[in-house]
Design a protein around this ligand. Structure first.
Ligand code: SF4
Length: 469
């Protein structure tokens, strides 16, 4: 790693940039517009978010506050738990532990830093971690391994079997940094009684681990508060998903990113409820006017992104969608399987339901939510089994009336690379044009963003997707 890269801590850099970005709208519009001319490296990213109005500003403020909490946790006597986006954070909020999610922290780096996160990615390999692992963890993990970020106190993950490269990242971090570690396991099936029992018992063992690490017992009132907030959030998310079914989709494509980042980082907190309400207000207004959420308010095509999105610098993926009037109808990351979700009709056994009736029922609810987190829910078993990836994609592509399905992953996605061709073939058999992209969502060195857009444009043109593309 270069000397310059070691000059500042990675998490501090992200916080200082996002904190300043979040303040840019505190002044007048004229001040904001004058500022854009002075920050050529941040201008495009900032404007892509701020142009979304109140939801964009709220998201930036939430992110700035979140990063600050990581930086100040130890001074405030709080523990930090390193974890993954597959892990629902409410249980950590109930313990007043600060969740530190590697993938969103990597994503922030790829969005913001001109140089990307290559040096942190490579540093993991320099100290012995495999280069075929997922870039979504490695992009920020390198900073933690190099001592260039606030050291976490414990590590919890829940991805063995679902994504072993994900699970290995946390196991490696634990061994390398000497940090206590707990991993939840998920059986290959979801809805049978044996799996449910396994999930809840495993979840209770994890609670015992967190109690041991923090020295605190799980507080019933605080847990109830968090779950009440999730109940509100689940209703708001369900309404957003309902509205996405309209043609044109009134939801701006980038709201999918706001939605899943929010669940990963802030689920169960009041700030996230404010963000969801603000998003919903805008989506409802668009729906009443009958306009699309795209920049031009028109919709030429509807895409379901069947796995993850692409996190290249300046949010260029979302800019490209907008420039081409393509509505993003969601991806595996934006499907949470709460009770009442539009995609769960006739699949109620695959959903979770939040209950605050008793301590036991609250813990069971969170265990059920955890076992339905993105990836954990639908990549745990054979791709074409009930409730798994193909079943879920067909269901959502039909529900949202998608014109096409597209796959982005990382070089580490062995579980999906092993089945993606059969999966695409099956979708095509059902009449859904499907594109597999061979890029890495977090590492542009694998395939440039320009090559990705060429592939997507060619696919859309050749398959005759959209009205005027
Ligand atoms: S499935 Fe792919 S994107 Fe998800 S954690 Fe694993 S390697 Fe990363």
């Amino acid at each position: 790693m270069r000397k310059e890269t070691k000059e500042y801590n990675y998490d501090w850099m992200l916080w200082s940039i996002i904190d300043n970005a979040a303040k840019t709208c505190d002044g007048s519009r004229k001040e904001y517009e004058s500022l854009l001319g002075l920050i050529p490296h941040l201008r495009d990213l900032l404007h892509t978010i701020i142009s979304q109005g109140e939801p964009g500003i709220l998201l930036l403020k939430l992110l700035a506050g979140y990063l600050k909490k990581i930086l100040t946790a130890h001074d405030e006597g709080k523990k930090i738990a390193m974890t993954t986006f597959c892990f629902a954070p409410p249980i950590l909020y109930a313990f007043d532990v600060v969740p530190l999610l590697l993938e969103p922290i990597t994503g922030l780096g790829t969005f913001i830093l001109r140089r990307g996160t290559a040096e942190y990615l490579d540093y993991c390999c320099e100290v012995g971690f495999t280069e075929t692992s997922c870039s979504s963890q490695r992009g920020s993990l390198g900073a933690y391994l190099a001592g260039l970020a606030t050291r976490p106190d414990l590590i919890v993950c829940d991805s063995p079997g679902i994504c072993d490269t994900n699970a290995n990242s946390y196991a490696f971090a634990s061994a390398y940094l000497g940090i206590p570690f707990y991993q939840l396991n998920h059986p290959p099936s979801l809805t049978d009684e044996r799996s449910r029992r396994y999930h809840t018992e495993d979840f209770r063992n994890m609670i015992a681990f967190i109690e041991e690490q923090t020295g605190n017992k799980l507080d019933q009132d605080r847990l109830r508060e968090v779950i009440e907030e999730i109940k509100i959030q689940d209703k708001l998310i369900c309404e957003l998903t309902d509205l996405q079914q309209l043609i044109p989709s009134p939801m701006p494509s980038i709201y999918n990113l706001f939605l899943y980042s929010g669940v990963f980082l802030f689920n169960g907190t009041k700030g996230f409820t404010r963000l969801l309400r603000s998003m919903l207000k805008k989506v409802r207004t668009n729906a009443e006017k009958g306009i699309a959420g795209t920049r031009s308010t028109g919709e030429r095509a509807r895409g379901f992104f069947s796995y993850i999105d692409h996190y290249t610098t300046d949010l260029r993926f979302w800019q490209w969608l907008d420039a081409n009037d393509i509505s993003h109808l969601g991806c595996i990351l934006s499907s949470f399987w709460q009770e009442g979700a539009a995609y769960a009709v006739d699949r109620e056994d695959a959903t979770y339901r939040m209950s605050t009736d008793s301590m036991e029922s609250m813990i069971d609810s969170l265990a059920a939510q955890m076992s339905r987190m993105p990836m954990v829910k639908s990549i745990r078993g054979p791709y074409d089994a009930p409730n798994m990836w193909l079943d879920d994609t067909l269901n959502m592509a039909r529900l949202f009336k998608a014109d096409f399905v597209s796959y982005f992953g990382t070089i580490g996605c062995r579980n999906t690379w092993g089945m993606v061709k059969s999966y695409a073939r099956d979708l095509e058999r059902h009449g859904i044009p499907t594109l597999i992209l061979y890029s890495d969502s977090f590492d542009d060195r694998v395939q440039s963003w320009e090559a990705v857009t060429d592939k997507m444009s060619e696919f859309i043109h050749l398959r005759g997707i959209g009205k005027r593309l």
